[in-house]
Design a protein around this ligand. Structure first.
Ligand code: ADP
Ligand code: MG
Length: 332
């Protein structure tokens, strides 16, 4: 059973064995980056799936694949049960129902467009009529806690937090079901971060929104998420409910991540490994077998030869690691 098939009925988003490579130049040679490698995820309606992992592990690429901003090399993405094309144009309803809020609130807004113009633009592109555009812009500003006057402001007149509110308003105005938040609060000061996170939670409740919340910051992911997926070098190595992940992490990489995150207390961990130092290997040349083995305190000979599969080690708790018998690939 794959991870995508595993969880409850009627997910809003199902990502099944999705892969994406990029061709890059390495000196004079051409090389391939395995940015996202056979990733499977399930996101249930009105819930938040957090995605964590170090920089370069493929989080943004995965987000872009979900949003249809990159063609998918292999695997399937289903939205509300409907299989989406791997390449080319998606149905208009799907485009509207999936929105993204990017990390950088500065570059995400056109400096020459007013706030109202920025929020209206994607609506106009989708052919929404003028009166409705005006109404939706006003409603979206109100929803993110900005006075209607802000419609006439320009990005340079706004603070970082206000700009991110505008980006959220722009996504909301499309009346989406799913919003992908890629490091959306990472550039903000801590106090502003908290305000935006609370705003996102309020909006989720008001509009039954579904979020994919991407961050390298384990604390904000814990605060926001119902379920969490941990990525390492393009792969999901562990996924389960947030509570289980933060209190009983199973994958050595997750344990290391939590142990090196100072303000998190991991209570019920019995096998606390020493935080592994060392750089993440290059995605141009990932290790054989388990990709984490070169930094893993528990690495065994089999880790170099056999790739562990993501499978259920405890109810609802999937992990890809040879420490757990469930991760043995089925004999061919
Ligand atoms: N457009 C691209 N062309 C070539 N390589 C890319 C491209 N986008 C991402 N990558 C590579 O794919 C890997 C994953 O990147 P990314 O998805 O941005 O990771 P994250 O968001 O987790 O930091 C990295 O090695 C990155 O250098
Ligand atoms: Mg990123």
């Amino acid at each position: 059973m794959t991870a995508a098939q595993h969880t409850a009925a009627q997910p809003l988003l199902q990502v099944d064995q999705v892969s994406k490579t990029f061709g890059v130049r390495r000196g004079l040679k051409r090389a391939t980056v395995h940015a996202v490698d056979e990733v499977s995820l399930v996101v249930r309606p009105s819930s938040t799936l957090g995605i964590v992992g170090e920089s370069g592990c493929g989080k943004s690429t995965l987000a872009r694949l979900v949003l249809g901003l990159y063609p998918v090399d292999a695997g399937d993405i289903r939205f509300a049960g409907k299989l989406l094309p791997r390449t080319g144009k998606r149905p208009r309803a799907v485009v509207e129902q999936m929105q993204m809020v990017f990390q950088d609130p500065y570059s995400a807004l056109n400096p020459r467009a007013s706030v109202g113009g920025s929020i209206a633009f994607p609506l106009e592109v989708q052919g929404v009529g003028n009166a409705e555009v005006r109404e939706r812009v006003a409603q979206a500003l109100e929803d993110v806690g900005l006075h209607g006057n802000y419609a006439t402001y320009y990005p340079h007149q706004l603070s970082g937090g206000q700009r991110q509110r505008v980006n959220i308003a722009r996504a909301l105005a499309m009346r989406p079901k799913l919003i992908v938040l890629d490091e959306s609060v990472s550039a903000l000061d801590k106090s502003i971060q908290a305000q935006i996170l609370n705003l996102l939670q309020d909006l989720q409740e008001s509009y039954q929104l579904t979020y994919i919340f991407i961050s390298h910051d384990l604390n904000v992911v814990e605060y926001m998420s119902d379920h969490v997926a941990v990525m390492y070098l393009g792969q999901v190595v562990e996924t389960c409910g947030a509570e289980a992940l933060y209190h009983q992490p199973l994958h050595p990489y997750t344990q290391v991540l939590l142990a090196s995150s100072p303000s998190l207390e991991v209570t019920e961990r019995t096998t606390a490994p020493e935080p592994t130092s060392g750089e993440m290997p290059s995605p141009l040349d990932p290790p054989s077998g388990c990709r984490f083995r070169t930094r893993c305190p528990f690495a065994m000979p089999t880790c170099a030869t056999t790739t562990p599969v993501l499978a259920e080690a405890a109810p609802g708790h999937l992990v890809a690691c040879h420490l757990y018998p469930s991760s043995q690939p089925a004999a061919k």
